[in-house]
Design a binder for this molecule. Structure first.
Ligand SMILES: Cc1cc2nc3c(=O)[nH]c(=O)nc-3n(C[C@H](O)[C@H](O)[C@H](O)COP(=O)(O)OP(=O)(O)OC[C@H]3O[C@@H](n4cnc5c(N)ncnc54)[C@H](O)[C@@H]3O)c2cc1C
Length: 413
């Protein structure tokens, strides 16, 4: 049965995350915003050691095998939501620098065989921090992916040869240049087959023919690197195609669908991250209001409240209800229940809520909200990405509509 309370097993990890967020992230949050592309190594090293000690990784439910042995329900994904929310409360750009399993690892978890999970994810528990990334977007298309993938992968003997360009790859530099990580490259094995020909391939750091060509300068999440990657006759071992051997068959939809399940795991993570920024903002807003003698009178009938009180309460309702939806999506992941609907719903709602709350807080606090002396203007800038990556708000709304109306992608696009 679903419970909306924090599972007891998670409490310890969340308290640790709170300590890190308050003491390691907030004090340097502005610094890493203003010094884009400087890497927060202190945070990274600390997280690497802590996560290793806890036996898990960032977006990777590595603790799962251990948990299976313990009594009670599985909670790996719920733990990830709680930790993500708290660390994003600290600093979302730095949270995106957390080693030990990002989007790339989530794809390996969703689509990889047991052998591939062991081979590719073991590096996250090694001596040094390691990163991974996920490259689907190309210069000509983002939302239209994967149907429009132009990067090709051609089998040549016991190898795949990849050619193409990927853009806006989160943590791509850390995965390929700053660590011995890997990037999941989505490429087509059959350009005539559209989506059905698209497969995920693991390209490891140091592979000849795979090069980072550009570091983006961004509006928000500036502590996190976002890069372009070019693949030129990049040869990788045959076994680096994610999934069982049948995914190699052209037009076999199983391999493709397996990999797309990655999003069911990662969209609620993005939602949790967005809600961490929104909570930070709302807390700060209420703190300033209290300092200026404005208390929210929760007990009053709505008609007797000031407009400001009503606005704050509405923000709290948005935040809380979206958090419960996010937890539901993660609980479904833990229970291995279908969660596409809740995952996309939580992502849509959280993307909206964080933008609304951060924008309104900046407006309500006037110069204080706009000044770089406070973090509110930064949170406003950090908010928008949550409505863009992992499927824009519009694309996730389409997914929600298809799920509810039971329409196929051809019937509703
Ligand atoms: C900071 C950052 C990090 C990123 N990280 C990654 C990453 O790690 N890996 C990766 O692969 N990609 C990443 N992306 C890319 C991101 O996923 C894409 O930007 C996103 O999918 C949108 O694609 P696009 O920019 O090409 O916009 P387009 O697809 O061109 O869309 C433009 C607008 O049209 C709307 N639109 C498009 N199609 C429809 C439709 N059918 N119905 C209604 N509206 C529609 C979109 O919602 C959007 O508002 C990142 C982007 C950013 C900015």
């Amino acid at each position: 049965m679903i419970s909306f309370e924090m599972p007891e097993k998670i409490e310890h990890a969340v308290v640790l995350a709170e300590t890190i967020a308050e003491n390691m992230m907030r004090p340097v949050s502005r610094h890493f915003d203003e010094n884009e592309h400087e890497i927060p190594w202190d945070y990274i090293e600390f997280m690497h050691t802590s996560l290793k000690a806890l036996g898990g990784g960032g977006m990777t439910p590595d603790g799962e095998k251990k948990e299976k042995k313990k009594e009670g329900p599985r909670i790996s994904f719920q733990r990830m939501a709680f930790q993500t929310e708290v660390l994003s409360w600290g600093d979302v750009g730095m949270w995106l620098c957390t080693p030990g399993g990002g989007l790339g690892a989530a794809a390996v978890n969703a689509a990889g065989t047991d052998e591939q999970k062991a081979r590719f994810l073991a590096r996250h528990r090694g001596e040094k921090p390691v990163f991974d990334a996920f490259a689907l977007t190309e210069p000509h298309a983002g939302s239209a992916m994967p149907a429009e993938v132009r990067t090709t992968s051609v089998k040549d003997g016991e190898e795949w040869v990849l050619n193409g360009e990927k853009i806006f790859v989160t943590a791509g530099n850390k995965a390929l240049v700053d660590s011995e990580g890997f990037v999941i490259i989505w490429a087509t094995i059959d350009p005539e087959a559209g989506r059905a020909g698209v497969r995920p391939f693991v390209v490891e750091a140091g592979t000849p023919g795979c090069k980072v060509t550009k570091l983006e300068h961004k509006l928000g999440i500036r502590a996190s690197d976002t890069v372009s990657i070019v693949l030129e006759d990049c040869r990788i071992p045959f076994e680096n195609i994610l999934g069982s051997p049948e995914v190699v068959k052209k037009k076999d939809k199983k391999g493709f669908k397996g990999a797309m399940a990655t999003f069911d795991a990662t969209r609620p993570v993005v939602a949790a991250s967005a809600l961490g920024i929104a909570r930070a903002t709302l807390e700060k807003l209420k703190e300033y209001l209290a300092e200026h003698g404005v208390e929210i009178r929760y007990g009053l009938p709505r008609s007797r409240m000031t407009n400001l009180e009503r606005e704050v309460i509405d923000m709290e309702v948005m935040l809380r209800s979206t958090w419960l939806l996010t937890l539901k999506a993660m609980w479904q992941m833990d229970e291995k229940k279908p969660n596409t609907l809740a995952a996309s719903m939580s992502k849509v709602r959280a993307g909206d809520v964080v933008v609304k709350i951060t924008q309104r807080a900046v407006e309500l606090l006037g110069p204080l909200g706009y000044s770089r002396e406070q973090l509110l203007e930064k949170w406003f800038r950090d908010a928008k990405i949550n409505d863009l990556y992992e499927g824009t708000g519009q694309i996730n709304r389409l997914i929600v509509a298809r799920q509810i109306l039971e329409y196929t992608r051809h019937e509703l696009s």
